[in-house]
Design a protein around this ligand. Structure first.
Ligand SMILES: Nc1ncnc2c1ncn2[C@@H]1O[C@H](COP(=O)(O)OP(=O)(O)OP(=O)(O)O)[C@@H](O)[C@H]1O
Ligand SMILES: [Mg+2]
Length: 217
């Protein structure tokens, strides 16, 4: 029989215990969204977090490709145009079956009312540059993504789906991923409230711009 006890107040809620005890109530706890620039380290953090709190990892890009939730291709930006409405519906359905850690680069794919917390994975532009170069992205795609990171684009996108109290930024360049997971768990357990504005990439970004123009790219 389902336990119909009222869910705990957000600030006393231990996501890990709660999800382990009542996996079928994942939807009541809400989903944890992991957002950030391409290559910032979302999958690395999201998978570890999901296994840590006993939730399923869901990648919106993979879901869209597997289910065909794609409206077309944006050739100029070399990216897929996602069918956001269908994806939102699907995530809503899945979130009622199990608890989810959802990786996305597109805030409009997330059902806002189910958002428990948003993890913004940040990555120093110079590191991101190397990661994206190794993927053989076009220069315009690399620039677009580095600019997005440099101007705090992922934070603004996070604010589209949650209040700042539910948002935490973590470092996707940190080799000690466990440290970042601890910060996330602190947020989910209500030990800290969200914090944004932790990273300032201006200096690093200027250096990247120089490097790009010196390459003649
Ligand atoms: N904390 C870290 N320390 C060192 N390298 C990392 C770290 N996190 C991720 N990486 C490396 O950076 C690359 C991108 O990581 P990851 O796939 O997690 O990023 P992503 O944001 O999920 O990318 P995508 O846009 O493809 O979804 C991988 O090669 C990964 O091994
Ligand atoms: Mg990924």
């Amino acid at each position: 029989m389902l336990n119909r006890a009222t869910p705990p107040e957000p600030n006393s809620w231990d996501v890990s215990e709660e999800y382990k005890r009542f996996p079928e109530r994942g939807h009541l706890g809400g989903i944890v969204v992991v957002i950030g620039a391409p290559g910032s380290g979302k999958t690395t953090i999201a998978r570890k977090l999901a296994s840590n709190i006993g939730c399923s990892y869901l990648n919106v890009g993979s879901l869209a490709r597997e289910r065909g939730y794609i409206l077309g291709i944006d050739r100029e930006r070399d990216s897929l145009i996602l069918d956001e409405e269908l994806i939102v519906d699907e995530i809503r359905r899945l979130a009622h079956e199990k608890c989810l850690v959802v990786e996305t680069i597109a805030p409009n794919t997330i059902p806002r009312e189910l958002v428990r917390a948003v993890i913004v994975v940040r990555c120093r532009p110079s590191v991101l540059l190397e990661r994206l170069k190794s993927r053989k992205y076009s220069l315009s795609k690399i620039r677009e993504n580095i600019e997005y990171e440099a101007i705090d684009g992922p934070v603004y996108d996070a604010l589209l789906i949650a209040d700042r109290e539910r948002i935490v930024e973590v470092d996707g360049c940190d080799k000690e991923v466990e440290n970042e997971i601890e910060v996330i768990l602190d947020l989910l357990r209500g030990k800290i409230t969200g914090r944004i504005g932790k990273f300032n990439w201006s200096k690093d970004f200027m250096e990247i711009l120089d490097a790009l123009s010196q390459d003649g790219q």
